[in-house]
Structures are given as structure tokens and as C-alpha cells.
Design a protein. Sequence first.
Length: 468
Amino acid sequence: MATVLLSGASAERRVPAASPGHEERLDGGRLLAFSTIALPVYAAQMPLGVYLPAIYAQHYGVPLALLGTIFLIERLWGTLADPIIGALSDRTRSRFGRRRTWIAAGGLVFGLSGLLLFFPLAKVTPLYLGLVLFAFYLGWSMIQIPYLAWSGEISGGYHERTRVVTYQTVVGSASLLIVLVLPTIVDQLRPGDAALKLGAMGGMILLTLLPGLVLTLRAFPEPPLPALPSRRLSIVATTRLVLGNRLLLRVLASDFAVTLGQSIRGALFVFFVSLYMGLPQWASGLFLLQFVFGIAAGPIWMRIARRFGKHRTAVAGELVQVAINLGLLLVVPGELPLLLALTIVQGLAQGSGNLMLRAMVADVADRHRLDTGEDRAALFFSVFSISIKAAMAVAIGVALPLVAWAGFDPAAAHNSPRALHALLLVFALGPALSHLVSAALIHGFPLDEAAHADIRRALDARDASLAS
């Protein structure tokens, strides 16, 4: 019978692998420890998507259009690094582990480049920012891709995988809450001190990195290596493999759309609240409120998915997001109540689509392993990560130049009504359309709980036959 490892490196225990009728529950304490690397990784997303563009534009004088171009290029670079790291991680043979090796090395690169990014030199040039972001995204990929693949390997259960992702999402949301509290406190104590705000967020990321690495790397042993490594594929063959997997492409496209909507909202949130609404004192506080409710939302969506399945839950979450963003068209500058209500509902819906779609990638990887006999989990998660980073890049690379083309200038004392109206339209309609597309793409996804149960039975039978 196939088995799933549930113990740490110091003491190992084997339990039966998840079966269609009964999924063995992973220990909650170990899951929590395994999820701690999400603290620095998730915490870095918020400054990169929301605060860094605004701070580097307003405080360090990097032109807005050039800033959007730099972030676009760097995130596209991240999309190139991800599949390379994914393929290398799948083929790595090491006593330390094929996932652990990459996560530990990535932590070093991530930490050193993060120090330069969040505590920049007095003179910041576009070249300096570009080089530091290059290294930061490389370290991020070296941690994230093997970690996501490992997350899908510690359990084969359909719902247990959702539980693993939920733990990571809740821990990640908690880290976002912390990183949002810090600029709120800075706004109250030292209004306008952008360098202090940047340093506070960077300090939190760097201080949680080492404990997160230690706890995550010791939480679970890696599953046994495949008897044979996956075939080494050329770039052309890898591209063909990905493009030929229709299930993976649907998940990728749906996630690209949902992340695009979230990233457009994130990139323009500070501008919208501060300059369109005329409530700069509420910019950090509203983001903070959103993620307070986001922490509570993870277990709620997990229960919904257990009842209705992952893809149906993802569709429901995306349609809720459409309604929320269309509601932004009704807000009136200077009036807080409606914006406050929409922010709370946004928090409850936050990440619902991402959570389900990420859990579905491991199921698609199981389908591929059954069909081909090859474990391509890290490669699949690397391509999934590409959809996330590409969407974030497109959001900043398109949304910022678009509002700038309409005449919006974040550094100007006053913006014209036309420019502010354009900011509202991009902020509201961009995410609404993106979430609608995401729901349409994942509607009717064929790999549900019953289909995955058949896949796991076939894989368990084949693995048992090979073991004997």
C-alpha cells in the first residue's frame, strides 16, 4: 500500500495514504510549522504590489512610467526563472532533499536582496532598483516553486490538499495583516516618512525568514524520490508538455485572470483611497481591515469546498468578487460607509479563487503522473507561479501607465476630474472583468472529487505493484 510521510526528520512515522473514502488527516501542528515560510514570502507580496511602486515614485523620484516598466521586466524575468527551477527541482537528487535544497538556497538569495530592496542606498537609480529586484525575484522563485510542489506531495487526498493550502493561506494572510499594521502605525507616528514605512515592512520580512525556513524544512520529511528521475526536456518539449495539458491550461488561465484583478486593485488602492476618495488617513487602515477578515475567510471557503468541490467554490468566489468591484462605481468621494462595507466583503472573499486553484494543481499533476508515469509536480507549480507573476506584472505594467496616460499624476497637488474618473474606472472595472473571466474559465472543470478518487486508486495500485 502506498504511504504518506507525516513525521519530522528526527522521528518518522508512516500512515496509509489518503483513500477516496477516508482521507488521513495531517497533524495540525506540523501543518502550521510547514506553513511558516509563508510569513516572509506572502508578506513580500504586499509591499511589492502596493507600497513599493508608490514609495519609489514619490520618495525616491523614480518616474511612474519607468517604474512600471522596471516592475514589468523584472516580473517577466521571474516567469522565465520559475519553470527552470521547477524542472531542476524535479530532477534534483540530494541527501538533503530535492525540495529542501532549493528552498534553503533560495532563502539566502531572498534575504540578501531583500535587505537592499527595503533598506536602499541614499541614491536610488533605476539600475540599482532593477538589479536588486532581479535577485529578489530569483530568491523568491527558489523558495516558492519547490515549496508549492512539496505542499502537494505531503498528502494525496482531494480535500486534505485544500486543507494544506488553507493553512498556508491563513498564515500568509496573518503575515499580510502584520505587514499592513506596520505602515498604519508609521502613518500615525511619523506621517509621510516613506523610508521608515519601507524599512518597517522589510524588517518584518527579514526577521521571519530564518525561523520560517527552519520550521518549514523540519516539519515533514520529503516523500521518497521517484524510482527514475523525470526525463530531461528541452524548452520546446517542456512548452509542448504544458500547452498540451488542457486541464493545467484552464487552471493557469483562470488564476491569471483572478490575480490580474487583485493586482490591479492592489496597485491602485493607495491612489484610489488617498486621491480619489480624499481619505489618505484611511489608506493603510482599509487594507488592514480587509486582511483581518481575510484571515477568517480561509476556513470558511475550505468548508464550502468540502461540500461543493473546489471548482464550484472557485466560481462562486469569483462572482462575489465581480459584484464587489462593480459596487465601487457607486462610492462617493469623501464618504466612507459604502467603501468600508465593500472592503469588509472583499476581505471575506479574498483569496477564495487562488486557494482553490492552487489546490487543483496537485490534482492535475496526479492526472499527468497516471498518464505518463512522470512526476512533474514542481514544473506544474512553476507554470502556475508564472500565471501569478505574469498577472502581477501585467497589472502594474498596464494599470499605472494607463492612468498616467489619462492624466493622473500621484505627485501632483491636484488632479483633474477626468483623471480621477479614469482612476475609478480602471480600479473598479479592471478587477470586475478579470474575476468574471476567471469564473468562466474554471466553470465545469471535469477533475472533481470523484474523478480524482479514481486517479488516486489507480496510482496507489500501480505504486504498490512497482514496490512489490
